[in-house]
Design a protein around this ligand. Structure first.
Ligand code: SPV
Ligand code: MN
Length: 644
């Protein structure tokens, strides 16, 4: 169990401001008239104390309240160029930002949950005792903004007024961080007070890049104070480590879902997208995938793209599962983004019109951004995050594999802005889970019931990617969300069962696994590489859309329901005009029973180490394994769909 507001409030203790009187005195000393006038709009005392303590702790030369106005946005963009945090590229509105070579992904080894004595946390998370974090922050964050301007912005993680939207304050000395915040989140300065009153809570984030030098990298810390819903981040700039309104606050939102609204809400690492089906109906999906596994691409395949990273979900009074996107933009991996697989996004990246921050790509001699897999001829030379790069440096990729593009979702052709702005939320009818699995699960399998659906999420395995520094190998990635869940895995599993199993949810979603990463090598047909291509996602989602409306039948297997060949063939033709031989279908959808059983055994063993993990999960594993063994005895180790 997590207790809120327990232990020393570190921001307040280091800042030393405890009364509104002192806060107002400090504002009068540190803010000019214009900024003071802006702060009048915010009356919530808890929020004002947070801001006052951040100022007292960081000691900036100036404070700038970002109201979200066009003027403020322009000012931050301009300052970012002047400071050199960003530089202009050839296309107007496009800029480049470089993070230090050591700061190219989430620094998992330097990211900690601040915990009170005896507070249990996830076995997959790093924690530090409150006293130690307190000492670190006191030593390294006091005066960290001397000579700099502190920016303070008030945001809503979701449409203002939506049940699961949570307000947040972003405080940083980095113009790049604030520029990104404005592209990715809804500035809700005029509504902030009302939103805090409605939701009864808000999150606070304090970041400073400090001198931004490689030599300070050992001092990088990314702290999440769960008890006080406050993050601290120092000596780094990569948005995943600094713009903590994203993953830092996603972690707090997960705490809220587990410990304040258990069985009523979930905070997921999921895209949200709508697929158009027969008669023009739009069916909305929410799907989880670990970082770097095609979540953005999948999301953009939809006819009504909403978001690519996060979903705040709840059960509405009418019994539907609703979700809002806490974001309004994309901080997407850019490697392998090209015209073929990502036409909508490519338009934003290659043509004028959208405001885009490119990070850690190569800038060529024409001042254009270039990245591995962009589909163009490789440039001779350019500048990347490590400095000069030439084509001869064959062992050094021109762009970092975790290079990113930051832009507003509304710039993307198929984004549905009105739906993303609706506080009523989006009715979600399909939930998907995926990972990088080269040899086991088929491209789609649908859970027979909610318990099996929760089990699909609990059993994601995936290969490590460049989004996280210091990870390698194939790892368990339950719900693709465990890097962001602080509570114990057993608590999280319960929260999942309680949510999907809640009787109030009378309109249950279809729950399915997805896997795009099966290889020829694993199926032994002599070919090389992936069995499918990016655009096949249109078919997988298209089939799920039909299935959800009962318009295609499926084949029953021990692991769930799989599509029939004829239905997929039709969709391959209709949706992407592509040939789909039955031999490929057989490679993709035959059950490789030993692999599947090995996967179940691994999951079962791992979950048994989690104290108090729900028996419901083990029951699903046991049932599936018994059915697989029976099938193997009857039909052999590799079973074709036609033989089921
Ligand atoms: C991810 O890595 O999952 C991202 C980017 O979405 S980050 O902000 O680093 O989490
Ligand atoms: Mn993500």
């Amino acid at each position: 169990m997590l207790e809120f507001k327990k232990g020393v409030d570190i921001l307040s203790a280091v800042g030393g401001i405890t009364t509104m009187n002192d806060a107002r005195k400090l504002f009068a000393q540190r803010l000019d008239q214009e900024q003071l006038a802006r702060l009048v709009t915010i009356t919530n005392e808890e929020a004002l104390l947070k801001v006052a303590n951040a100022i007292a702790m960081c000691e900036p030369e100036q404070v700038y309240i970002h109201t979200g106005s066009d003027d403020d946005r322009e000012k931050v963009r301009r300052m970012s160029l002047e400071k050199g945090e960003e530089a202009e590229l050839a296309i107007p509105g496009h800029t480049i930002h470089f993070d230090l070579p050591e700061d190219q992904g989430r620094m998992v080894d330097q990211t900690f949950y601040i915990v009170n004595e005896d507070e249990p946390v996830s076995s997959l998370a790093k924690k530090e005792l409150r006293a130690q974090s307190h000492a670190y922050i006191r030593e390294h964050m006091r005066g960290i903004m001397r000579g700099k301007t502190m920016f303070v912005g008030f945001y809503s993680r979701g449409p203002v007024g939506a049940k699961a939207s949570i307000p947040a304050i972003e405080i940083s000395s980095s113009t790049y961080v604030l520029h990104s915040a404005e592209l990715l989140y809804r500035n809700c300065y005029p509504d902030f007070d009302a939103e805090v009153a409605r939701r009864g809570e808000f999150f606070t984030n304090v970041h400073s890049e400090g001198p931004n030098r490689s030599e300070d990298i050992p001092k990088v810390r990314i702290y999440m104070d769960r008890s006080w819903q406050t993050t601290f981040s120092t000596f780094c700039t990569y948005a995943g480590n600094t713009l903590l309104m994203k993953k830092g606050n996603h972690r707090f939102a997960s705490d809220c879902a587990m410990y304040k609204h258990n069985g009523q809400e979930l905070s997921e690492h999921m895209f949200i997208t709508g697929m158009t089906g027969p008669g023009g109906r739009v069916t909305y999906f929410a799907g989880a995938a670990p970082s770097g596994c095609g979540k953005t691409t999948t999301a953009m395949v939809g006819s009504n793209f909403i978001g690519d990273d996060l979903a705040q979900m709840w059960i509405e009074d009418d019994g539907t599962l609703r979700a809002v996107n806490p974001e309004i933009g994309i901080f997407g991996i850019i490697e392998d983004v090209n015209l073929e697989g990502d036409p909508h996004l490519m338009k934003c990246l290659r043509q004028p019109g959208a405001e885009v921050i490119f990070s850690n790509v190569l800038v060529d001699e024409q001042n254009n951004p270039r990245w591995v897999g962009d589909g163009d001829k490789m440039p001779e030379r350019g500048i990347n995050y490590q400095g000069q790069w030439t084509k001869e440096m064959v062992d050094v990729p021109m762009s970092h594999p975790n290079s990113r593009c930051t832009l507003m979702a509304e710039a993307v052709g198929n984004h549905n802005k009105a739906v993303n702005a609706d506080p009523a939320g989006i009715v979600i009818k399909v939930i998907t889970y995926s990972g990088r699995d080269s040899n086991t699960m088929p491209p789609i399998w649908v859970a027979k019931n909610m318990e099996a659906g929760v089990t699909i999420g609990a059993s994601i395995v995936s290969k490590a990617t460049a989004a996280e520094i210091g990870t390698s190998g194939v790892n368990r990635q339950p719900w693709a969300n465990t890097p962001f869940v602080a509570g114990t895995m057993a608590d999280y599993l319960d929260a999942q069962f309680n949510f999907y199993g809640n009787d109030q949810m009378t309109h249950k979603p279809v729950m399915a696994g997805l896997n795009y990463f099966l290889t020829h090598e694993a199926r032994g047909d002599g070919g090389k590489g992936l069995l499918g291509e990016k655009k096949d996602v249109h078919v997988w989602l298209g089939w799920l859309e039909l299935f959800t409306h009962g318009e295609v039948q499926a084949i029953e297997t021990p692991i769930g329901l799989i599509p029939k060949y004829e239905d997929l063939l039709k969709l391959f033709t209709e949706r992407i005009n592509k040939d789909y031989p039955e031999s490929l279908y057989n490679m993709q959808f035959s059950l490789y029973i030993d692999n599947i059983i090995a996967r179940i055994d691994l999951q079962d063993a791992a979950w048994r180490k989690e104290q108090g993990a729900s028996k419901r999960l083990f029951a699903v594993y046991a049932e599936q394994k018994a059915a697989l063994l029976a099938l193997k005895a009857a039909k052999g180790g590799i079973v074709k769909p036609q033989d089921l």
